[in-house]
Design a protein around this ligand. Structure first.
Ligand SMILES: Cc1cc2nc3c(=O)[nH]c(=O)nc-3n(C[C@H](O)[C@H](O)[C@H](O)COP(=O)(O)O)c2cc1C
Length: 163
């Protein structure tokens, strides 16, 4: 028998993603994001839900670009740090000594310790009227560590131990 539960969400589990971005001041930032999904395969598009008060919201809105990084086992501590501290108060990249590579299509850092990173450009900002607004993004490039690919170059989900 199912019971009514008091929940702000209806889809479980949510992914544990790290969204990275860069402001006009050139500083990198990243935050943990659970409100996110694929919305189109052809052309590839995603949506990320960000609380307008968050520093990253300001940076993504002004740059129109972001990257999605998928962390895996072993990255828990950095994930929760990025998901609880604000880039408004400190440089989280410096605090965690994060290693990163410049995006090839967007000016956003790709986190080296996350085996999958996707570069995205904002197509539309959707104001939901709720506590998260959504950035609809076109996926410009997806990068994956070879260790996570099968012999045909496709993602092998049996090899991926996500958080
Ligand atoms: C597991 C987890 C999931 C989260 N999901 C979201 C999310 O979907 N959207 C969001 O705006 N913040 C989310 N947060 C909170 C932000 O990551 C957090 O407030 C962060 O400190 C904001 O950083 P910023 O101010 O540097 O942007 C999540 C945090 C955690 C730990």
């Amino acid at each position: 028998m199912k019971k009514n539960i008091n929940s702000g969400m209806a889809i479980f589990p949510t992914p544990n993603l790290l969204v990275s971005c860069r402001g006009k001041n050139g500083k990198n930032n990243a935050l943990a994001v659970g409100f996110a999904c694929n919305v189109s395969a052809n052309p590839p598009m995603v949506m990320i839900g960000i609380v307008p008060d968050h520093y990253s919201y300001e940076l993504i809105k002004e740059s129109g670009e972001f990257a999605i990084n998928i962390p895996t086992k072993g990255f828990e501590q950095a994930f929760y740090y990025l998901g609880t501290k604000s880039g408004r108060d400190e440089d989280k990249f410096v605090a965690l000594n994060l290693k990163w590579t410049e995006g090839s299509k967007v000016k956003a850092p790709l986190l080296d310790d996350c085996p999958i990173s996707a570069e995205c450009k904002v197509i539309k900002l959707i104001e939901t009227g709720g506590d998260h607004n959504f950035f609809l993004g076109s996926v410009e490039a997806v990068h994956c560590d070879e260790a996570w690919l099968d012999e045909n170059g496709n993602l092998d989900f049996s090899k991926i131990a996500t958080l």
